[in-house]
Design a protein. Structure first.
Length: 345
C-alpha cells in the first residue's frame, strides 16, 4: 500500500548530513560505539521519498528545502521516537499514519505518542479507522501556526481534547480536511476549521469546543446539514465553491449549543442559501463578500440579518424581525430581484 522510501532496521537512527549524494549506509553496531550508540542507519544528503518508522526507538530529521514525509503505523510510534521536520517556513512536512494490511477494528494514536514529534505541518490519515488524539506539542510546533489533518476516504476520529487529564487541550488551530465517511471531529481551544468537498458526509459528528470554529464547504453541489449527525459549538460556515457557486441548506443543529444563538454564513460566490428550516429564536447572519454575485437567500424564522454586497438575485428574510445591511461603500449598487421581509438599514 505505502511504498518507496527509506526504512531503517529495528531501533535505529536516521541522520541527515548536508551534501548532494544520496545513499543509505548500514554500519556495524560497534563501528562508532565510542561516539554514538548503536547507529544502524545513516542518510547522507538529500533523499527523495519517505522515512518509515519501525518497532524500537527511531530518530528522523527532515532536510531543509524539501517537503519531508514520515510514515508510521500508530503501534510503531511512541513517546521515545524523535521525529523532526524541517524548520524552513516554506517546507511542508507530513506525518503519515497508516494501518497494517488486513487490520480490523480501530487503531489509536494517542497524544502521548507525539511527545517528541515537532515541526510537522500535516498529519495524513492514510487509512480509515484511525483514532487520532492530537497533542499541543504536535500542533504547536507547526511552522504555519496551525496543524492540518487530512482525513481518509472512510471513517476517521480526530480530537483536540486529551484523554489523559494531566494533558491540556490543543490551543493551536486545527484544520481537518474531511475526505469522506462518517467522521468524528472534536476540536481544541483554538479557532478550528473543518473542510468538506463533495464526498459523502452522512453520519458525521462535529464538536468545535472552544474558539471560533468554522465549517468550510469547497464543493460545487449541495451542503445539507441534514446529512450531518450532529454539529455542536461551531460559529459559522463558509461557502468557497471551486466554481463560485454552491448551495447550503441549514437546519437547527448548530444553534443548540451556540452561546449567542447566532450562526454566520459567509458567501464567497453566487450561492444559494436556504435557512428556511431554522426555527424562531435562532438567528442566521448571512454575509455576501463578493462583488457582482447573484444570490438566492431564504432566511429562517428568527430575527435574521443579511450583510454585505448584493447585486442581483432574491433575498427573503422569512418570519421574524430581519435586517438588511447593504454595503454601499464602493460603486453604486443596483438591486434587481426580490427583497422580502427586511428592515433596510
Amino acid at each position: 500500500m505505502l511504498k518507496h522510501g527509506v526504512a531503517g532496521r529495528r531501533g535505529h537512527r536516521i541522520l541527515r548530513r548536508s551534501g548532494y549524494c544520496v545513499g543509505v549506509i548500514f554500519w556495524p553496531a560497534r563501528a562508532w560505539a565510542a561516539r554514538l550508540e548503536r547507529i544502524e542507519s545513516v542518510i547522507w544528503g538529500t533523499y527523495h521519498g519517505a522515512l518509515y518508522g519501525h518497532p524500537g526507538r527511531d530518530e528522523f530529521y527532515g532536510i531543509s528545502g524539501q517537503d519531508n514525509r514520515f510514515l508510521f503505523r500508530p503501534g510503531y510510534l511512541d513517546g521515545a521516537d524523535i521525529v523532526s521536520g524541517s524548520t524552513a517556513l516554506t517546507d511542508i512536512d507530513t506525518l503519515v499514519l497508516y494501518r497494517p494490511d488486513g487490520a480490523t477494528g480501530s487503531v489509536r494514536a494517542q497524544a502521548g505518542k507525539f511527545d517528541q514529534v515537532r515541526n510537522i505541518e500535516v498529519v495524513e490519515l492514510a487509512d480509515p479507522g484511525i483514532v487520532l488524539t492530537v497533542s499541543q506539542q504536535l500542533a504547536g510546533s507547526s511552522q504555519r501556526g496551525f496543524l492540518t489533518i487530512n482525513g481518509s476516504s472512510g471513517n476517521d476520529v480526530v480530537s483536540g481534547q486529551p484523554t489523559d487529564p494531566s494533558r491540556g487541550p490543543v490551543t493551536t488551530a486545527l484544520v481537518f480536511n474531511a475526505n469522506g465517511g462518517a467522521d468524528s471531529f472534536t476540536g481544541g481551544e483554538g479557532d478550528d476549521r473543518v473542510r468538506f468537498a463533495d464526498e459523502t458526509r452522512t453520519g458525521t459528528t462535529l464538536d468545535g469546543r472552544g474558539g471560533f470554529d468554522t465549517l468550510v464547504y469547497t464543493g460545487v453541489g449541495t451542503f445539507d446539514f441534514a446529512t450531518l449527525a450532529d454539529v455542536r459549538q461551531f460559529e459559522g460556515v463558509e461557502l468557497r465553491a471551486s466554481d463560485g457557486s454552491a448551495t447550503l441548506i441549514l437546519d437547527n443543529k448548530p444553534f443548540a449549543t451556540s452561546d449567542s444563538g447566532a450562526f454566520t454564513v459567509r458567501s464567497y460566490g453566487s450561492d444559494t442559501i436556504d435557512a428556511s428550516r431554522v426555527s424562531a429564536g435562532n438567528t442566521v447572519i448571512a454575509r455576501s463578500l463578493t462583488d457582482g454575485a447573484t444570490l438566492d437567500v431564504a432566511l429562517g424564522g428568527g430575527d435574521d440579518r443579511f450583510e454585505g454586497v448584493f447585486a442581483k438575485g432574491q433575498l427573503n428574510g422569512g418570519a421574524g424581525d430581519d435586517v438588511l445591511d447593504l454595503d454601499f461603500s464602493g460603486s453604486p449598487v443596483f438591486v434587481s430581484g426580490g427583497l422580502y421581509g427586511f428592515t433596510v438599514m
